[in-house]
Design a protein around this ligand. Structure first.
Ligand code: LRH
Ligand code: MN
Ligand code: MN
Length: 426
């Protein structure tokens, strides 16, 4: 173990006094306004976000990739990295695997490693956007939507294999993201492609264990630049409804055209009991996969406002599978993920501060100014001492980034794994 609890507590020492002062000040202020601080802090501790196995190495672009050294090059090392993130932040208690990048060679050993680090196996992701070595059929012109039934069957079988692998690890959820679509008008018949996708998803759904769910992710463009078969939440919801009760829509923040009202999408899906999963990231232009909260933190807060409302008022909607789906070109991936986890907790904490009763009353009176005051009052509160407290209570770091650097985690990883490591994944 590169870092243990004692190391983290040591690294906290010089921050304890400042933390206590700022926490007491904030807790006092918020308590006077009627907030239940210990309730908020325990909600923050309970909120766990899965780390995707493919975000632990430097992602790069089609123009180049710049390594960070010491990156994980196998599944065990990826789980170790998630373990590091979890011990520092106490928020990353799950990993999301991508098959075939992460097929375990020894299931028992992998499960024991994850257990020891308190890491659960969240959704498993299938991959029908790349041709696999030795595969008979090619996904060049699509997978579940392909005009060829042999290609569709191969893609269906792959998803069934992924369910089987996930089952052995204790996962309960399959995420399907398709690259299927077309690059030029006329290339595809929209109706045939959609119908093929529905039929293929139904075949996968038949193989889903009873206690599993299937999450259908949408995205407007890329890698196809004219049309995508599952391009938006409407297409995803239709497909999920076509499959059945265990199929849901998955919202990835980066998979919308600029200025889409994502909070409204989230609200309506929860009302219909069909929001199953969530991928966090941030973007300026498209699917940039940047650090959560680095570009549009207020939009993230508004989305969390709806998520909190849904969690409190929509029993028809299941617990969500939360995951970070980011990529790192110029930052140390672990530092970037720590920043993302912090941004998620911050938005969540701020949303928990919204006075829902007062907001309802202001809405009933059409007091638009008051509605805005309530939202922005919560947003402008510096909630970071609450996050620190949540981490401290469970043995984490007051400042995870500071501890990560103080404990020279990257330096230790490089010493252990060497410089020439290649992360598998995107
Ligand atoms: C593509 C994508 C998607 C993930 C998948 C692994 O956009 O990032 O969001 O779920 O690749
Ligand atoms: Mn995603
Ligand atoms: Mn994406």
């Amino acid at each position: 173990m590169i870092i243990n609890n004692d190391h983290i507590q040591d690294s906290n020492r010089n921050k304890l006094e400042e933390h206590s002062e700022s926490f007491d000040f904030l807790a006092n202020k918020l308590s006077k306004k009627g907030h239940n601080i210990s309730n908020i802090v325990s909600k923050l501790s309970e909120f766990q976000v899965a780390i995707p196995s493919w975000a632990l190495g430097a992602g790069g672009t089609r123009f180049g990739r710049f390594s960070f050294y010491g990156e994980p090059s196998n599944l065990e090392q990826k789980i170790e990295d998630v373990g590091i993130l979890h011990s520092l932040t106490q928020t990353a208690g799950a990993v999301s695997l991508h098959i075939p990048w992460d097929i375990p060679s020894d299931y028992k050993a992998i499960k024991e490693k994850a257990d020891a680090l308190h890491i659960k196996f969240d959704a498993v992701n299938s991959n029908t956007f790349q041709d696999q070595t030795d595969a008979k059929e090619s996904y060049k012109y699509g997978s579940l939507s392909n005009i060829s039934s042999a290609v569709r069957e191969q893609a269906i079988q792959h998803n069934l294999d992924v369910i089987n692998i996930g089952n052995k690890l204790g996962s309960k959820c399959l995420t399907v993201w398709l690259a299927d679509g077309s690059c030029f008008p006329g290339q595809n018949n929209f109706q045939t492609a959609f119908q093929n996708t529905q039929d293929s998803l139904k075949d996968i759904y038949k193989g889903l264990p009873n206690d599993w769910s299937m999450l259908i992710e949408y995205k407007p463009y890329e890698p196809n630049f004219y049309s995508t078969v599952i391009q938006d939440w409407g297409a995803s919801l239709m497909l999920a409804n076509g499959c059945g009760d265990k199929a849901y829509t998955l919202v990835d923040l980066g998979h919308h055209l600029p200025n889409s009202n994502i909070e409204q999408i989230v609200a309506i899906l929860q009302l219909k009991g069909k929001l199953g999963g969530f991928h966090f990231n941030d973007s300026k232009y498209g699917d940039d996969d940047l650090t959560v909260g680095s570009i549009k933190p207020y939009a993230l807060f508004l989305i969390f406002n709806e998520l909190v409302y849904g969690m409190q008022n929509n029993p028809q909607n299941p617990d969500l599978a939360w995951m970070i789906d980011a990529s790192h070109n110029v930052k140390d991936p672990l530092e970037d993920l720590i920043q993302s986890l912090e941004a998620i907790q911050e938005a969540y904490a701020k949303a928990l501060l919204i006075d829902q009763e007062a907001l309802k009353a202001a809405q009933a009176n059409n007091d638009v100014v008051k509605c805005q005051e309530i939202l922005q009052g919560a947003y402008r509160t510096d909630v970071r001492p609450l996050l620190e407290k949540a981490r401290l209570n469970t043995g984490g770091a007051i400042s995870p980034i500071d501890s990560y650097r103080r404990l020279d985690v990257r330096g230790q990883l490089i010493k252990e794994r060497g410089k020439n490591t290649i992360a598998t994944g995107l």
